[in-house]
Design a protein around this ligand. Structure first.
Ligand code: 4AD
Ligand code: MG
Length: 430
């Protein structure tokens, strides 16, 4: 008999099916065994009744241990009480391998223990739900750009220079030269935008962050669109459309997984464009009112972002940060050059910054001046200055952090669960 999947049993009600699966859990009451089966596409309960199966099938079912692999055959029945809506009346069991001493039992384990067993932890219903939602988010991201006139462009991963400052550069050797793993593909995406108009990249980025926080990974995935002839205002409009599209597509396609994660759906249903905007100055005033005074010119930390987000039920843009602590490439506001045409998008519920973006400096003289100020005048950036020399145009872009987006949409405490194999300070295994 051909194999089917748990996802597809709905097309086979009343019929016999055969499924390749693992035993997730088991209960038995003498004459009946209830097998909780999983195959990656979902979970289903298989009911084995002693009087209705052969002796051999009963014996094999009885032997099954947690994470044993098997083929099960049975008849699909509708079962309103089960989360999947279906149940399997088992007629046959063929064990592939009996698993013994599976390290992750239904009891509680510590985080370090689970992280050491990440390769197995991924099989749990919760971790599976997160990975399914991550995959849906990626699908929604690609769909948004592919249907809105963007070309996918891949910037390099090994680079001779930094984009976001030198403090967390990941150093490596490139034969005899020094090289760095990319912190951001932005500078290359600016070149691509001058060639293709609207472009986006989707790839891994690396930051040797020495801090342990619930929002930082050493290796994370970033989506970086860059758009020629787009100014600061339009940049924000693209971002709010894009982020709303992602959230709504997860609501549409991952309802079961959101239930598994016990996510509060009303919080996500709310996420529709437009998003509120406040300036850095207004944010400073708001923080002062709440007793979190900060001198003008200082950057916000996680507690400040969380406080600001509390006042909105959607993601909020904080715009026009001081030029002094933002990246060298951001365009100053023409009538007030001490702030830049930039925005960070802060997710609700304390998830912090998910997007950093800006309009870029298009004036060659000003860019050259910034290079001197930031002491970036070396050979590695010569090509970047060329972009302002040969037909410079106004342009803007942004970077969305995939893992922070997954953490927010799934409602997770820590980014370590948002990526299959997280790279953290002190963790390179497994
Ligand atoms: O704000 P960032 O540093 O912006 C840039 O890199 C720009 N060059 C992007 C651009 O305009 N093309 O990073 C962008 C986003 C952050 O908002 C955050 O979501 C995520 O990347 N991010 C991290 N996520 C996980 N772990 C880290 N260590 C991260 N650092 C940044
Ligand atoms: Mg940022």
């Amino acid at each position: 008999m051909n194999l089917t999947t748990i996802r597809d049993v709905k097309h086979h009600v009343g019929q016999q099916v055969r499924i390749g699966c693992w035993l997730h859990n088991k209960r038995s009451s003498g004459k009946i065994q209830f097998l909780q089966l999983r195959d990656g596409t979902g979970f289903i309960q298989g009911v084995v009744v002693k009087s209705e199966v052969g002796e051999n099938d009963w014996a094999q079912a009885k032997e099954l241990t947690q994470e044993s692999s098997l083929y099960v055959t049975g008849e699909v029945r509708v079962d309103e009480r089960s989360p999947s809506g279906f149940e399997l009346t088992v007629t046959g069991v063929e064990t592939i391998q009996l698993s013994s001493d599976y390290p992750i039992t239904p009891k509680e384990h510590g985080v370090d223990y689970l992280m050491d067993h990440r390769h197995l932890w991924l099989r749990s219903p919760r971790q599976r739900a997160i990975m399914v939602i991550r995959a849906q988010i990626i699908r929604a991201i690609q769909h948004y750009f592919d249907t809105n006139g963007f070309y996918l462009v891949d910037p390099p991963i090994l680079t001779p220079s930094s984009c976001e400052g030198t403090t967390n550069l990941f150093h490596t050797k490139y034969f005899d030269e020094d090289a760095y793993l990319t912190q951001s593909g932005q500078l290359y995406m600016e070149a691509a935008a001058m060639a293709l108009g609207r472009v986006y990249s989707f790839g891994p980025t690396f930051r040797a962050e020495k801090s342990k926080t619930r929002r930082h990974l050493i290796e994370f995935w970033m989506i970086e669109p860059e758009m020629a002839f787009v100014d600061h205002e339009e940049n924000l409009r693209v971002q709010e459309q894009f982020v709303s599209h992602i959230v709504q597509s997860v609501l549409e396609n991952c309802s079961q997984e959101l239930v598994t994660l016990e996510r509060d759906l009303t919080k996500l249903q709310n996420v529709t464009a437009p998003f509120p905007r406040i300036t850095y100055d207004e944010a400073i005033d708001l923080l002062k009112e709440k007793g979190m005074e900060l001198p003008w010119g200082e950057d916000f930390g996680a507690p400040h972002e969380t406080e600001i987000a509390k006042h909105f039920d959607k993601p909020v843009f904080i715009t026009h940060y001081p030029t002094s602590f933002k990246a060298f490439y951001m365009k100053p506001k023409p009538d007030r050059p001490e702030v830049v045409l930039c925005a960070d998008l802060i997710a609700p519920e304390g998830y912090g910054e998910i997007i950093g973006g800006s309009q870029r400096i298009d004036d060659p003289e000003l860019l050259a001046e910034r290079f001197r100020e930031h002491e970036l005048g070396d050979e590695a950036y010569r090509w970047y200055l060329d972009l302002r020399k040969y037909g410079t145009v106004p342009h803007s872009g942004f970077g969305l952090g995939l893992e922070r987006t997954v953490a927010w949409i799934c409602g997770l405490e820590h980014v370590r669960e948002t990526i299959p194999f997280p790279r953290l300070l002190n963790r390179l295994y497994p």
